[in-house]
Design a protein around this ligand. Structure first.
Ligand code: SAM
Length: 171
């Protein structure tokens, strides 16, 4: 995700709880010459970044590891600026139990309705999801926007610049 996004934004930050994954990402960023992309050890439930400090947050193939997906979305929403966008990419509901048993997935996909509900609960306005049908797994791209400031702290945080935050790092 960082390799795709960093060339298009002012600054892109990737967060992952795995040091190994971060090492791989650093190598890939260096190889691609993307100096405005960086990575940091962190937890998606407790991002060490200020409120309303990013224009976009991407949670790419991480939510199925979450035992509290609604909390992860709420934390992502916290760091979004007004007019910012959250993008969640993960699986539609499926029945591949081996992903739970052998690959530590906590959830076998997500329904559009539950993701939309978690976004609304976090103060975001969900858009129509995009389904990339596959066999046996369908990938879904859910997007949700933070609209006008609802709290003075968001208004104060409005600044020029367009950093992007990517939760969970790429190989
Ligand atoms: C399938 S990989 C996806 C990595 C990357 N986002 C990508 O798309 O290439 C899932 C990643 O989620 C990370 N992860 C799982 N739970 C996390 C958490 N609570 N906070 C941060 N990262 C987490 C794992 O360390 C792992 O690197």
């Amino acid at each position: 995700m960082l390799e795709i996004l960093a060339p298009r934004v002012e600054r892109a930050l990737g967060i992952d709880q795995s040091r190994e994954m971060l090492s791989i990402a650093r190598v890939n960023l260096a190889r691609a010459g993307l100096e405005n992309g960086s990575v940091r050890l962190g937890d998606m439930y407790q991002l060490a970044v200020p409120d309303a400090s990013f224009d976009a947050v991407v949670i790419h193939q991480v939510l199925h590891y979450a035992d509290r997906p609604a909390a992860a979305i709420a934390e992502a929403a916290r760091v979004l600026r007004p007019n910012g966008v959250l993008v969640v990419v993960d699986f539609a509901p499926h029945a591949l139990e081996f992903l739970r048993d052998e690959h530590a997935h906590r959830r076998l996909g997500f329904s559009d309705a539950e993701v939309a509900e978690w976004c609304r609960a976090a103060g975001l306005d969900p858009a129509s999801p995009r389904h990339l049908a596959g066999d046996p797994l369908t990938v879904v791209i859910w997007t949700a926007h933070r609209h006008a400031p609802t709290h003075p702290r968001f208004a104060q945080a409005l600044q020029p610049g367009a950093p992007a935050l990517v939760e969970g790092e790429l190989h």
